[in-house]
Design a protein around this ligand. Structure first.
Ligand SMILES: [Zn+2]
Ligand SMILES: [Zn+2]
Ligand SMILES: [Zn+2]
Length: 690
């Protein structure tokens, strides 16, 4: 038998389409390298849908080629879909090579971009070698570096990023066109000769003439100064976390009474000095996204870090260096406060002019650079539960990478999110694009960031929504903006109940197509019956839901005010149970209340109409309050966090409750807590019981 002929018969040509995050991540060179190694002919190019390959060889080799590419994906690559079509093999002798071809130009954009990521090992090693990138704080390659924060428009090319202000030197350009190097089409490629650079300025914007601005900044921080540091997605305020005075000054200047600050530790060994680090925590801390990870303080915490960093909190938010600048600046043994440069609840400041305007009264010095941050992006926050990382805030390092949700509609939707800790979402078919953490929509600056970022997503990912989804709340900024958009664009407005949307989001993420009993224990959300919901048991199926049960309703004296001041609701529980005859400990508690509490006390005895709520979050606040852990919030969830911290290692006991098939009545439990506290039972045991 003629084997030559046999082999010839099996020659095929495949058109292979890769979608996902496949551009700007070193994907074409990888394809080209494997094609050459396997003796495959054809071509590869980027287009608006991702990467397209035509490959010609025998079937086994082609299959090996496709498998290998998927196994050997570059660091930042996320292939979401591969499709293969058979086409007629080329008989042209000129087609024996494999080449990287020009991208065809067409209008639509169907590809995604990767998040801003920490430097890869190769870049970290290069930073320690003498040369153009020794300690260079803007080092990057196709496997790492800034993306989301610098891209102005698509397709992703240097001219459409904020790196367009810098012209590559000859050496950088050679790397940029070298198909075998890790900087082939690395759009932000730069070195100290041609790229951006840092400067140290005083708070009035005057240049500090020093030999080494990094050494000087380190010295200033160790002497107690507060530095505004421009990084990847915005400004941070930095000071020494071991220095009480520096932390206190930062709190005073930032008007941030006791909301915890996050820490950047110079290395993982240092984290173990002051926090308990499980294997899961370690993975989360060193993940490519480098989020802030919430860790349990250890017994040594107080000896190691200022108590003012995270008072009344058993947790401490910690991150490891994530930008090249951190690897240059943050010493191995550093424990630095690194908190977003903004007013509490606002979006992170990223514009240089605004930074000087607003941070001038807080920072002593500015360590800033001359590359524009096009889009702000705040640090992400992760909590590891049973070795599984749970994202509490999905922002830098994660966005704008899509989340694949198999069961959602093909139609592009824009969902506005809520007003507190806003995150909006839109979709391109089954790929959901979540917005960054915008902050609380309570100031003009967050409103602007919100509107600008939505508009940017539409432009960047070419999403044209066919419907707008918003929270039912009548006065949320996000809801009203959505209603207005739907009118302007003449699109249907779909109003969703707050807690139903929490459960529906989980159903979409986990592709739950069957009926689900969702339990949503939340703060407050607008209910269907004009009360405020937040302790909900919902039977959900597809887009439908039924509220099958909920936590008992209790008045929220003063409405919104009672959210910030849980003592108001606590007073109602006390009067409702004890009437005039409060136990001594609560008589004493009355003296800790803000001035004018008697007015509310009197009103509670009248038939004043009050907002009613079934919120679980409010109940946690009330219990914390009744256990003497605080009467007012200076930041969101402060008292609930104090309550959790108070549990320590106590087991607690089972408390009473009633359930009639519709209402989970926890009032008996609240009463037991009040009785226990007034009879001298320990706060930690009562906190744990609840
Ligand atoms: Zn790199
Ligand atoms: Zn250069
Ligand atoms: Zn909520």
């Amino acid at each position: 038998m003629d084997t030559r002929l046999d082999k010839k018969q099996t020659i095929e040509r495949w058109g292979i389409r890769f979608t996902g995050i496949v551009q700007g991540v070193g994907f074409r060179p990888l394809v080209s390298m494997w094609a050459h190694q396997l003796g495959i002919s054809g071509f590869v190019y980027n287009d608006s849908s991702g990467v397209y390959v035509e490959a010609q060889s025998d079937i086994d080799t082609l299959q090996l080629f496709v498998d290998t590419i998927q196994e050997e994906q570059p660091r930042l690559c996320r292939i979401t879909h591969v499709s293969i079509t058979k086409i007629d093999p080329s008989v042209n002798d000129d087609d024996k090579e494999f080449v990287i071809a020009q991208s065809p130009v067409d209008g639509t954009v169907n590809t995604f971009i990767s998040a801003d990521t920490s430097p890869c090992d190769d870049c970290l090693a290069e930073m320690k070698e003498s040369g153009r990138r020794y300690d260079y704080p803007f080092i990057n390659c196709t496997n790492c570096g800034p993306r989301y924060s610098i891209i102005k428009s698509m397709p992703y090319d240097r001219e459409r990023t904020t790196m367009s202000d810098f012209t590559m030197c000859e050496a950088c350009h050679e790397e940029y066109v070298d198909v075998n190097g890790r900087r082939y089409h690395a759009e932000p490629n730069a070195c100290e000769q041609c790229g951006p650079s840092y400067q140290l300025l005083d708070k009035n914007g005057n240049l500090c003439i020093v030999d080494d601005c990094f050494e000087t900044a380190i010295e200033m921080i160790s002497n107690g100064a507060i530095i505004a540091l421009k990084g990847i997605g915005g400004y941070h305020l930095v000071c020494d976390a071991t220095n009480d005075k520096a932390v206190q000054t930062l709190r005073e200047r930032k008007h941030r009474k006791d909301k915890p600050f996050a820490i950047m530790a110079g290395s993982i060994d240092i984290v173990e000095d002051f926090a308990v680090v499980s294997d899961g925590d370690l993975d989360a801390l060193s993940a490519m996204a480098r989020p802030i990870v919430l860790l349990e303080k250890n017994d040594n915490f107080h000896a190691s870090i200022s108590e003012l960093v995270a008072p009344n909190n058993h947790l401490i938010g910690v991150m490891l260096p994530y930008a090249p600048i951190h690897h240059v600046l943050v010493p191995h043994d550093a424990k630095w406060v690194m908190t977003s440069g903004n007013a509490s609840g606002d979006s992170v400041i990223y514009d240089d002019e605004k930074a000087f305007l607003e941070l001038q009264t807080i920072a002593d010095y500015f360590l800033t650079h001359n590359r524009q941050i096009y889009a702000p992006v705040d640090d992400s926050i992760v909590s590891v539960v049973d070795d599984t990382p749970i994202l509490i805030r999905r922002s830098r390092g994660y966005i704008p990478e899509p989340i694949h949700c198999e069961s959602i509609t093909d139609l592009p939707i824009l969902a506005m999110g809520s007003d507190l800790k806003n995150t909006f979402a839109s979709n391109k078919k089954q790929e959901v694009l979540l917005g960054p953490h915008i902050g609380d929509l309570a100031s003009e600056s967050t409103h602007n960031t919100f509107e600008w970022t939505i508009e940017r997503y539409e432009r960047l990912f070419d999403v044209k929504p066919k419907a707008i989804v918003m929270d039912k709340h009548p006065s949320f900024f996000s809801s009203n903006y959505g209603r207005q958009l739907s009118k302007t664009l003449n699109l249907p407005a779909i109003e969703v109940q707050h807690h139903h949307s929490h459960i529906a989001a989980v159903m979409a993420e986990y592709d739950l197509k069957y009926p689900v009993l969702g339990i949503c224990f939340d703060g407050t959300g607008y209910g269907d019956d004009d009360t405020i919901w937040g302790g909900e048991f919902m039977l959900c199926y597809g887009a439908e839901y039924m509220r099958v049960a909920h936590i008992h309703v209790a008045p929220l004296p003063g409405g919104e005010k009672a959210v910030k001041e849980p003592w108001r609701q606590a007073l109602w529980y006390l009067r409702n149970y004890y009437g005039e005859e409060l136990p001594n400990i609560y008589k004493k508690w009355l003296t800790t209340l803000p001035k004018g509490w008697q007015i509310l006390d009197k009103a509670l005895q009248s038939d004043m109409s009050m907002m009613m709520t079934s919120s679980a979050g409010r109940l946690f606040d009330v219990i914390g309050c009744l256990l003497g852990l605080g009467n007012e919030h200076s930041f969101d969830a402060q008292i609930a966090i104090a309550l959790e911290s108070a549990c320590a290692n106590e087991e607690g006991r089972l408390l009473d409750f009633n359930y009639d098939g519709q209402v989970l009545d926890l009032v008996p439990a609240v009463q037991q807590i009040m009785d226990g506290y007034s009879q001298g039972e320990s706060v930690s045991s009562l906190a744990a019981s609840f």
